[in-house]
Write a protein that binds this ligand. Structure first.
Ligand code: ASP
Ligand code: MG
Length: 408
């Protein structure tokens, strides 16, 4: 008999009919002999609606009062779901965060869970009842309600699964799993049966639409097996878990891409110690995160220093770079916004040489020029011109055998 935490997202509980459907699913899982703890989000659109109400009064509402307000969304869905379960003859009890209790720090709007008391929930399970817990919220040391940040119900689910030592945390949503790439770019994208926590984090740009990334970090840290599945369609979903060596393992799990970066180059700076620090120091001090970095020495003994930042930080990064360039007597600052980063991700790459070469060859045969490259143990990223995004993703998807039965 497994102990499962099942988390249902906003679209899954978006109407009374859908809540009834979720109740039937929970009842069926319980019929199969599992002990179930449920976590739910607010009805889809509800948290946005509440946020808008608050902002119509004050564009920057008091953080304590905002959390007090936002936490009401989940109060509605837990009570309705508990009623729907009771109607089906399944004993159920709804819990707000403070009733569990789920303890957090004091950071309103982005609180971190510090401790969960499991006594009430375990007693319910013991008695054959289903606890239905409000996601996204907790209580601080002084009894103030807190919320965990948008999409935070995923984190509630994972944290509860860790605290209860559940066999699995199941995230029910409106997609049936994690895909090899975005199906809107490559219609042949395929659902992955399993993927490691590490890969999932690297595939954040695909996965974040499915799962709050913070919850994946949490699940990895506490080794909670995490499964993403559809509320509306039967199927095994995608299991996110620890790495297991396996000869059948495909080299590449997925292809992610990111359209939100901008590229900056400080060109013709003197080639001497301290240049990277001189350029990136002020960028870091301005709280701008740098992603990729490339530096190379030209024949004339000067170097070109290129890096990427988030598009939202582009203007400021440009301003800072111009100033630094002047101080360093660099020749010019250049920039590009028409770029995209494409990443191949796979733990299988750890034990295989030649993946990068195959990636570059594939792009070359499509006439796609690579502007920057960076690698980690399980990821190779390239920056290319944005107009080639679809072409690159499809060519790589094919070259690495992602559409077929797996294996490259
Ligand atoms: N209701 C919250 C939100 O919309 C939390 C969640 O859905 O996970 O962000
Ligand atoms: Mg969500």
């Amino acid at each position: 008999m497994a102990l499962l935490v099942q988390k249902y997202g906003g679209t899954s509980v978006g109407s009374v009919e859908r809540i009834e459907h979720v109740a039937s699913k929970v009842a069926a899982a319980r019929e199969r002999g599992h002990r179930i703890v449920v976590v739910v989000s607010a009805m889809s659109g509800e948290t946005d609606r509440l946020l808008k109400l608050a902002k119509s009064i004050d564009p920057r509402p008091d953080p304590r009062e905002l959390d007090q307000l936002l936490a009401t969304g989940e109060q509605v869905t837990i009570a309705l779901l508990a009623m729907a379960l009771e109607k089906r003859g399944v004993p159920a009890r709804s819990y707000l965060g403070f009733q569990v209790p789920i303890h957090t720090d004091r950071a309103y709007g982005k609180a971190r869970i510090t401790r969960i008391e499991t006594r009430n929930l375990l007693a319910d399970c013991e008695a054959g009842a289903v606890p239905v817990v409000a996601g996204f919220q907790g209580v601080d040391e002084d009894g103030n309600l807190t919320t965990l940040g948008r999409g935070g119900s995923d984190t509630t689910g994972v944290a509860l699964a860790a605290a209860l030592k559940a066999d699995e945390c199941q995230i029910y949503t409106d997609v049936d799993g994690v895909y090899t790439t975005d199906p809107r770019v490559e219609p042949r994208a395929r659902r992955l049966d399993r993927i490691t926590f590490e890969e999932m984090l690297e595939l954040a740009s695909l996965g974040s639409k499915v799962l709050q990334i913070r919850s994946v970090e949490f699940a990895g840290k506490y080794k909670v097996p995490l499964r993403v599945l559809s509320t509306f369609q039967e199927g095994p979903g995608t299991l996110i878990t620890l790495e297991e060596r396996d000869v059948e393992e495909p080299l590449i799990s997925g292809i992610a891409f990111n359209r939100d970066e901008a590229q900056l180059t400080v060109a013709g700076v003197p080639d001497r110690p301290g240049i990277a620090a001189a350029i990136l120091g002020p960028i870091g001090e301005a709280n701008i995160e740098v992603d990729m970095i490339v530096q190379n020495v030209g024949a004339d003994g000067t170097t070109d220093f290129t890096f990427t930042v988030h598009r939202n930080d582009y203007e400021r990064a440009m301003e800072i770079s111009r100033k630094v360039a002047e101080d360093l007597q660099a020749k010019a600052v250049r920039s590009a916004l028409d770029i995209v980063k494409v990443s191949l991700v796979g733990v299988g790459m750890r034990s295989h040489a030649g993946i990068a070469a195959k990636m570059f060859k594939t792009l070359a045969s499509e006439g796609i020029n690579i502007r920057m490259i960076s690698t980690s143990e399980i990821k190779i990223s390239v920056v290319i011109e944005d107009k080639y995004l679809e072409l690159a993703v499809r060519a790589l998807h094919k070259a690495f055998g992602l559409a077929g039965g797996g294996g490259a």
